[in-house]
Write a protein that binds this ligand. Structure first.
Ligand code: NMX
Ligand code: MLT
Length: 432
């Protein structure tokens, strides 16, 4: 039993009992109502999910277990994982224990590589990554123990084991996807003694003379770890896991949502957009040229990738953290400078478009410009890195849901016709 197991074992049942007794006391009280606009507008702002792992106040941005993300930027991702799972940062012994546990669990079974190599080379890296995670479902402790008659009280424990096994293996899987997809030669074996993110950077095989890339990967893994329960990837994973599908199914499903251009794939879209700008103007543009380019993008019916958010109403602090990193480590890098210039120019344009609720940059508007600077010049890979980090939040949320003994998620849908009738309208045309 690892220290993390013991730590959670001491609190899991109190957490579950607390939630149950709260539900008994307040079960019929109203927290949120649903308007027709919300029903038809992606349920924006409807408070119908519980997530204790992190929260995103619109005016502050990501807070992990009570700690604003800007106060966590110098931590290791393993520390963040412990924080997500337990609510506290680990001490040195706990951190070392978790790192040793990850090390022990890190071996990727050989069949995974056969699955990868069977794919056509032009497959999207996110499809390959998600598929590899799904292929590893064969390893699920939860499924094995469920079939062997595990009691409901032990669901969280088997989920924790699946979570640890998966997180331990993700760097190698993701680095394997990178090297395979871009024909970079043999996989680079993991190096004993490196921390989780440093090993990921090492296995990608990116040249890293002064350690800048490793520092970036550590920071990147910290910043993308979680974003409360309602974002597409976390919400999808939560829904899938609520059917008692195991962690592998849930994470793979969540990452399939992350792979959309309005969610995590925006980091790929941003880099493509920045490179288009550099190409068009044969280098960094003037502010006027950039403004015109942004207008052309909007006029062609496309979004400005990396700007706007469904919840945030301020500059994303994850953006600020990466901006500070870039200003310190590579202030003159052309793509980074362009990302910074976009931040100066684009919000003013978006502020003038009334319907846009958040004109500010999100994390995706800058992350790729830094990866590009360190030699990861393939934008289609960027969302995989987002996914490696986000898996930490997803598995923490799923483990907490199991600990709380949450039931299957099953909201009610109604037809448009029924909605009309409810609101006193009768004449409806249906599609088809
Ligand atoms: N560029 C152009 N139009 C935008 C933008 C943008 N960056 N952001 C919002 N809008 C439009 C949006 O498409 C919608 O138009 P319509 O009514 O014609 O459909 C209108 O403004 C209202 O949208 P909001 O209520 O402000 O935003 P919503 O909550 O619906 O969507 C995003 C949030 C993030 C999907 C949206 O801002 C967007 O598409 N941004 C660009 C893509 C992006 O950066 N996604 C990454 C999100 C962060 N992540 O890591 O997942
Ligand atoms: C995220 O990190 O998940 C994104 O910012 C999207 C969101 O929170 O909806």
């Amino acid at each position: 039993m690892s220290m993390l197991h013991n730590r959670l074992r001491n609190s899991v049942f109190a957490y579950r009992d607390n939630r149950r007794s709260f539900a008994r006391r307040h079960g019929s009280e109203v927290v949120s109502q649903v308007t027709v606009s919300q029903m038809m507008g992606g349920q924006r702002g409807v408070k119908s999910l519980l997530c204790d792992v992190s929260e995103v106040p619109p005016d502050k941005g990501l807070i992990v277990r009570g700690i604003p993300i800007m106060r966590l930027v110098d931590r290791l991702p393993e520390e963040i994982f412990w924080l997500l799972m337990t609510g506290e940062l680990p001490d040195q012994t706990e951190l070392a224990d978790l790192q040793e546990d990850f090390e022990k669990r890190s071996k990727v079974p050989d069949y995974a590589w056969k699955v990868l190599e069977a794919l056509p080379k032009d497959s999207h890296p996110m499809a390959a990554f998600s598929l590899l995670i799904l292929a590893l479902e064969r390893e699920s402790e939860f499924r094995k123990q469920y079939n062997a008659g595990m009691t409901r009280d032990d669901h969280w424990l088997a989920t924790l084991d699946d979570s640890l096994n998966l997180i331990a293996r993700l760097p190698e899987l993701a680095a394997g996807v990178y090297r395979w997809r871009y024909d970079l030669g043999k996989r680079v074996p993991r190096k004993k003694g490196l921390d989780w993110a440093a090993n990921y950077a090492h296995m990608m095989g990116v040249e890293d003379k002064d350690g800048g890339f490793t520092r970036l990967v550590r920071l990147y893994m910290v910043l993308h770890c979680d974003h409360e329960g309602g974002n597409v990837s976390a919400h999808t994973a939560h829904c899938v896991a609520s059917a008692l599908s195991d962690t592998y199914y849930a994470v793979s499903a969540g990452l399939n949502g992350l792979a959309g251009p309005l969610h995590g794939l925006a980091n790929q879209e941003v880099l493509k957009w920045l490179l288009e700008v550099l190409d068009k103007f044969d280098g960094n543009p003037t502010d006027d040229q950039l403004e015109q380019f942004a207008h052309d993008t909007l006029n062609s019916g496309r979004v400005i990738p990396g700007y706007g958010h469904a919840v945030l109403r301020v500059v994303d602090p994850r953006f600020t953290a990466l901006l500070e990193f870039g200003n310190k480590e590579c202030p003159d890098a052309p793509v980074f400078k362009l990302a910074e210039q976009v931040f100066r120019v684009v919000p003013k344009i978006l502020q003038r478009i009334h319907k846009i609720k958040d004109p500010w940059p999100n994390v995706d508007s800058i992350s790729g410009s830094l990866l590009h600077q360190y030699g990861v010049t393939q934008p289609r890979y960027y969302t995989v890195m987002f996914g490696v980090s986000r898996a930490m939040g997803i598995v923490s949320q799923v483990t907490m849901s199991r600990a709380a003994g949450e039931p299957i998620e099953r909201p009610k849908s109604i037809t448009f016709q029924t909605l009309g009738e409810l609101l006193g309208e009768r004449a409806f045309e249906s599609v088809g």
